[in-house]
Design a protein around this ligand. Structure first.
Ligand code: BGC
Length: 737
């Protein structure tokens, strides 16, 4: 007894409280509410430690608080899989051997499923891979709007429509974050092209900003609850987006009440004062321009490092600003790295390959499938009908998970389209390259340089003898294709593919074209090709998914998330000269305003080659007459519109029933119609289902430049129900009082 008392007294004399020592500090105790933990951690931190939180310590990690055991934040690209480890302070590959991931389909494909359930399983699976790889932030998903087919990064985004991308992004975020891994929605905002992305100053109306470019980000934050967001490289109304008062302070943190972290794009910070005051929290990649360059330097030189500390100490910047940044960063850490309840994740599992394949199969879009020579359609492909099937095209074998910039993936498995077809048809499959990317491409396996003319001639020769040709082409992930850092130079198919298709047609008309790309391409041969499939970039299970859809094992049900114009000049952004795209190198004005994508094609009566929402099936769906439960709508009421849909073909299939709304007369210009709801249903042959949608006044509003708010105007509204934005099967109208 005496000895125990002695130790307690001695302990107290030494400043240690043996009773208290047994108590876990609140910030380490995850039975405590996060806000209590943050407060406690902040109370223990020095000014220097708080500032340190705000900058990178390596290419993909930011500082923790080592003294308190608060861990660093580890990040990874995103968004289609978890990127390989790279070196501490250079873009070189770290040559780990445990980091080959599952590649999921590109986000354009996910959007093309028009199925939020696909986003949910995708998010959960890619989040599990990130968690297994001990990442705290997955850098994605991307929701920049598809404004021009030239944007090199469209494949990383979810298409041209704010409602579709908002609907699809939310379950992805929830899925990832259920693993205790934060999403980092990017690139906020208006990074709709790669040309001059580092400095182009985007000007647009408040209406276009609110109606077209912000909704998906808002949904990601307000409904999805993303724990972080990435600022974009470009300027918006004169300020860089990574420290932009309007975008970050007023809209994101003000109106949307975002409580997470704003992370710069890599090298997106440019100024200490703006970084300190305009809403930035974590600065990454300074002194590098994305992937293209980087140099060794001390992280202390970052805008939010020594200069910021000095400014806080001498009163230039308010302490409250730093407290806010540190609070947000700690909140992110407690939600992720210091959340002991988060699951452990898993990596390259069969379940993940199943998710990758299912999403791929559901996102592939059957663009065209016409009867050929009165013999019926080629697709679904019945192998018994053919002795030889000639596969032509580089994309049949090219690894398309490689390249593209920061979304590049090192994968454990990538089934090519050729392998997928060989698995189905064995020796019937013959293959010839037909074209090669670049004027003279090097074939490393055979140590030879291809002569593109002879590749072309050889394919035409073999085509004459083949029963069926499956042409697998499109774009790839090279610079000036679907790739970060530059835009495409034109909308044409590159590497002489269109010329090749035309020459193949001269000797054999039995051709299926499969396009792998994240963007619309010109199709000068479209009238002569009976069957065309848009197969995006599909990741690890690419070839299996394509073969399953070609053969009809899976009935295609994808719908285009963006319009395919006939030619570039038909696209809205390209209709107003270079100031509208790509800008004059300093400034760019979004002159098409709210008329983006189908809103432009519809309103200006410029038909698209393949319209937004288009996608065929191997079965047919008959729509009945749409009916509403009332003819007048007022106040907080909702109107219900219902339509019966029946599968009148002979195979099971899925259909996306799309609901567009248009106002007949309004004091401001409105698009002819806008997507406001959709549902994907599955029907067996002969089965009928009545699909109902509820529309409230919110869906009828436009953003008023004068009221600076969303407003509705009374009048007659038309509801268009269809199988695409132009294949409208039934309309019904009502009056808004
Ligand atoms: C890209 C981001 C990416 C980052 C880190 C940047 O070049 O724009 O999307 O997350 O690099 O790799």
């Amino acid at each position: 007894m005496k000895t125990k008392l002695f130790y307690v007294v001695m302990g107290l004399a030494l400043g240690l409280n043996p009773l208290k020592a047994q108590q876990t500090p609140a910030y380490l105790d995850d039975t405590q509410p996060i806000e209590v933990r943050i407060k406690d951690a902040l109370s223990r931190m020095t000014l220097e430690e708080k500032v340190k939180l705000c900058t990178a310590q390596s290419k993909f990690s930011s500082h923790g608080v080592p003294r308190l055991g608060i861990p660093e934040i580890w990040m990874s690209d995103g968004p289609h899989g978890v990127r390989e480890e790279i070196l501490w302070d250079s873009w070189g590959n770290a040559e780990w051997t445990n980091d080959s991931c599952t590649a999921f389909p590109a986000l354009t494909c996910l959007a093309a499923t028009w199925n939020p359930q696909m986003s949910a399983i995708y998010g959960k699976a890619v989040g599990e891979e990130a968690r297994y790889r001990r990442k705290d932030i997955l850098l994605g998903p991307g929701v920049n709007i598809y404004r021009t087919p030239l944007n090199g990064r469209n494949f990383e985004y979810m298409g041209e429509d704010p409602f579709l991308s908002s609907t699809m992004v939310v379950p992805y975020i929830k899925g990832v974050q259920s693993n205790g891994v934060a999403t980092c929605v990017k690139h906020y905002a208006l990074n709709n092209q790669e040309a001059w992305r580092g400095h182009i100053d985007v000007e647009l109306s408040d209406r276009a900003l609110n109606e077209i470019y912000l909704p998906a980000f808002k949904a990601a934050i307000v409904e999805g609850g993303s724990w972080s967001i990435m600022g974009s490289y470009n300027k918006v109304r004169g300020e860089h987006a990574c420290h932009n008062d309007l975008l970050l302070n007023k809209i994101l943190k003000g109106e949307w009440k975002f409580d997470g972290c704003v992370v710069t794009d890599w090298g997106g910070a440019h100024d200490t004062k703006e970084a300190a005051l305009n809403g930035l929290d974590i600065e990454m990649g300074s002194y590098t321009n994305g992937l293209s360059s980087g140099k060794n330097f001390a992280y202390d030189n970052y805008y939010l490092a020594s200069d910021y500390l000095k400014g806080i100490k001498d009163g230039t910047y308010p302490l409250s600003g730093l407290e806010d940044k540190a609070t947000r960063i700690l909140r992110l850490i407690f939600r992720t790295a210091m959340n002991s309840k988060r699951p452990w994740g898993s990596f390259t599992t069969e379940a993940h390959y199943d998710v990758a394949r299912t999403v791929a199969e559901e996102g592939i879009v059957l663009l065209k499938n016409e009867a050929y020579k009165k013999k019926g359609t080629i697709l679904p492909l019945d192998g018994n009908k053919y002795r030889t099937i000639l596969v032509v095209g580089e994309n049949a074998t090219r690894r398309l998970t490689e390249g593209g910039g920061s979304s590049v993936l090192k994968v454990k498995k990538e089934v090519s389209p050729l392998t997928g077809l060989q698995t189905k048809f064995g020796d019937k499959i013959k293959y010839t390259l037909g074209y090669a990317s670049g004027s003279a491409a090097y074939d490393s396996e055979n140590e030879a340089t291809y002569n593109t003319d002879s590749l072309h001639a050889e394919a035409v020769k073999q085509a004459a003898d083949a029963d069926l040709i499956v042409f697998v082409g499109g774009l790839n992930k090279n610079h000036f294709q679907d790739s970060e850092g530059a835009d495409r130079k034109s909308m044409a198919l590159p590497f002489g593919q269109s010329e090749l298709i035309n020459d193949l047609l001269k000797v054999n008309k039995n051709i299926v074209v499969v396009l792998l790309s994240g963007n619309a391409v010109e199709m000068p041969w479209v009238k002569n090709i009976p069957s065309i499939l848009q197969a995006w970039y599909l990741g690890s299970e690419s070839g299996n998914a394509i073969a399953n859809v070609l053969t009809g094992e899976v009935n295609p049900s994808g719908k285009l998330p963006f319009s395919f114009p006939v030619k570039l000049a038909d696209n809205a952004a390209h209709s107003f000269g270079t100031i509208s795209y790509p800008g004059d190198s300093i400034k760019e004005i979004y002159k098409e305003d709210i008329l983006v994508g189908y809103r432009w094609h519809d309103t200006k009566k410029i038909p698209a080659l393949f319209p937004f929402g288009h996608g065929l099936s191997y079965t047919q769906f008959k729509y009945g007459k749409a009916a509403t439960d009332k003819n007048n709508l007022s106040g907080a009421e909702e109107i219900t519109v219902s339509v019966p849909v029946k599968n009148i073909g002979s195979v099971k299939g899925k259909e996306v029933i799309q609901l567009y709304v248009g106002e007949e007369k309004c004091s401001v210009l409105r698009p002819l119609k806008e997507l406001k709801s959709f549902q994907k249903i599955e029907l067996a042959p002969g089965e009928e289902q009545t699909v109902s949608f509820k529309i409230g006044v919110g869906a009828l509003k436009f953003y008023s430049e004068t009221a600076h708010d969303w407003v509705s105007e009374p009048g007659r509204f038309k509801l268009y129900i269809g199988s695409s934005s132009t294949d409208i099967r039934s309309t019904v109208s009502f009056i808004l009082n």
